[in-house]
Design a protein around this ligand. Structure first.
Ligand SMILES: Cc1cc2nc3c(=O)[nH]c(=O)nc-3n(C[C@H](O)[C@H](O)[C@H](O)COP(=O)(O)OP(=O)(O)OC[C@H]3O[C@@H](n4cnc5c(N)ncnc54)[C@H](O)[C@@H]3O)c2cc1C
Length: 455
């Protein structure tokens, strides 16, 4: 199984080049404003905020004001809710918003849904959905993974067949976060079985609320049911909801994944800021970003409490040399991860994605597992109690189990190691036996192959 076919490693575009660059990366800024300097932009934003920002305003009303002003996505074209600014100026806009405690800026950097639709959607699709996506009025989910295609996402077998001006989609997806609430999904489906696996996929904007789409929650070890199985039986999607060209969906996926990783970086940064904030547990991140109304989870997952120094004091173990060593190790991992995360984000703002993001994701997975174990260790016998008898033990149990979220979701730890080995350390690539074979001829991993290949 080749790991350049993975969901997280899918920015390896050697197989199929993305059909167009991400919206905020190049080419979208309009020449009239190309010469606008950072100083001018900062001045304009400050002036606008002075006239409009009101912390007591209803949050939905405020977000609508920001979106309609063009400051939510300033690097987008003016006809699509932007200001046509150079993409490098978005950070200055976010800074200015953050300095007064306002949210709503930076959608052109972080909003996976609207950026992907802006870049690849038809004008009809953009006119119908872009504003609602920016406002978080539409709930979305990602229909990528399948029982036989997770790490090897290019092996997806869900099939789309063109029927007049619609595609008819049949297949099974799994691990779909937010599936129960989603109005629409980003879906990858196979539209050509007679070419190698990367070349026969298309990317759709699928309406979820229709007969033919059945969502079944999956219960997790934590007790939550944050993701779902989705059974798709002859569901219909209008041809105008195709993002990019037919059979070029792998390229569209690269853009969507780049935005998803940027989003994950924000989540990671939020968790990290709790850790590095020592005993305060305060987050210093995200104030300027659009509220994550259309995020990936069913409900807000509790943010893990990484401020374990306070706990060590309170249970009288802060002088224990082994505990001190574990706390220090955690602190070092958090600090180094912070630096790597900044490197990865710097690369993203320059329009490239960096394998350093994999280092950060892998490190965060280790941090969360280590922190969960240490929290349990600090609690000692109390750590065996659950529920309301010991809320802090219940919290530790949750953290320990929920650490697997990061070590599997968005590409597993093993896949991150493959990426680091191949793309940072320059080790030989895994053999790709199915690279030049028509997908129909490739041995399939799942039982759904028969149904799909008949399509
Ligand atoms: C919290 C969470 C949220 C998620 N949300 C979504 C979502 O909204 N939409 C969606 O489509 N998917 C979602 N996923 C699915 C996620 O992307 C997949 O679970 C992940 O990519 C792994 O795929 P898999 O589960 O099929 O495991 P597999 O790919 O079957 O992997 C099984 C094991 O084999 C290892 N392995 C596989 N290939 C290799 C290789 N080449 N080299 C070394 N080891 C390898 C893996 O590391 C793993 O340990 C989510 C998952 C989680 C945990």
């Amino acid at each position: 199984m080749s790991n350049d076919a993975t969901y997280i490693n899918a920015d390896d575009t050697s197989e199929v080049t993305a059909s167009a660059p991400p919206a905020n990366m190049e080419g979208m800024a309009q020449t009239a404003t190309a010469a606008t300097t950072e100083q001018q932009v900062r001045g304009d934003v400050r002036h606008w905020l002075q006239n409009h920002w009101d912390p007591t305003m209803d949050p939905d009303q405020w977000l609508a004001t920001v979106v309609d002003s063009g400051w939510a996505a300033p690097s987008w074209p003016t006809q699509w809710f932007g200001k046509g600014l150079d993409p490098t100026l978005t950070t200055a806009v976010i800074d200015e918003f953050r300095s007064v405690g306002a949210f709503g800026a930076g959608a052109d950097k972080h909003n996976l849904w609207s950026n992907t639709v802006l870049t690849f959607g038809s004008d009809e699709l953009k006119a119908r959905h872009l504003r609602a996506l920016l406002l978080g009025e539409i709930q979305m989910c990602l229909l990528y993974s399948e029982p036989g295609a997770g790490s090897d996402l290019a092996a997806a077998q869900t099939t789309g067949i063109l029927d007049g001006d619609e595609f008819v989609v049949t297949g099974q997806k799994v691990w779909t976060s937010n599936g129960r609430h989603a109005d629409y999904a980003f879906l990858i489906a196979r539209t050509d079985w007679d070419v190698p696996k990367h070349r026969g996929l298309s990317f759709f904007f699928l309406p979820m609320k229709q007969t033919g789409v059945e969502v079944r929650p999956l219960r997790q070890a934590t007790g939550d049911a944050r993701f779902n199985e989705v059974f798709i039986t002859e569901a219909r999607v209008p041809a105008e909801n195709l993002l990019g060209e037919m059979n070029k969906g792998w390229g569209v996926l690269q853009t969507a994944l780049a935005y998803e990783r940027a989003w994950m970086g924000e989540v990671v940064a939020k968790q990290r800021s709790n850790a590095s904030g020592g005993d305060t547990g305060k987050s210093n991140n995200g104030a300027a970003s659009a509220r994550p109304k259309a995020a990936f989870t069913d409900g807000d997952a509790p943010t893990p409490d990484l401020s374990l120094v306070a706990l060590a004091h309170s249970v009288g173990k802060s002088n224990d040399p082994m505990v001190r060593q574990s706390l220090m190790k955690l602190h070092l991992l958090v600090t180094v991860n912070d630096w790597n995360n900044r490197r990865g984000k710097a690369a993203l703002t320059q329009g490239t994605s960096s394998p350093v993001v994999s280092l950060g994701k892998l490190a965060m997975s280790r941090i969360l597992h280590d922190a969960g174990s240490l929290e349990k260790e600090l609690l000692g016998a109390e750590g065996m109690i659950g529920g309301s008898d010991s809320p802090r033990s219940a919290d530790a149990t949750y953290s320990l189990l929920n650490a697997f979220f990061t070590s599997i979701g968005g590409g597993t730890d093993q896949i991150q190691r493959n990426i680091i080995g191949e793309r940072i350390l320059g080790l030989p690539k895994e053999p790709e036996l199915d690279k030049n074979v028509a997908f129909r001829e490739v041995r399939k991993a799942s039982a759904s192959s028969e149904r799909s290949s008949n399509g």
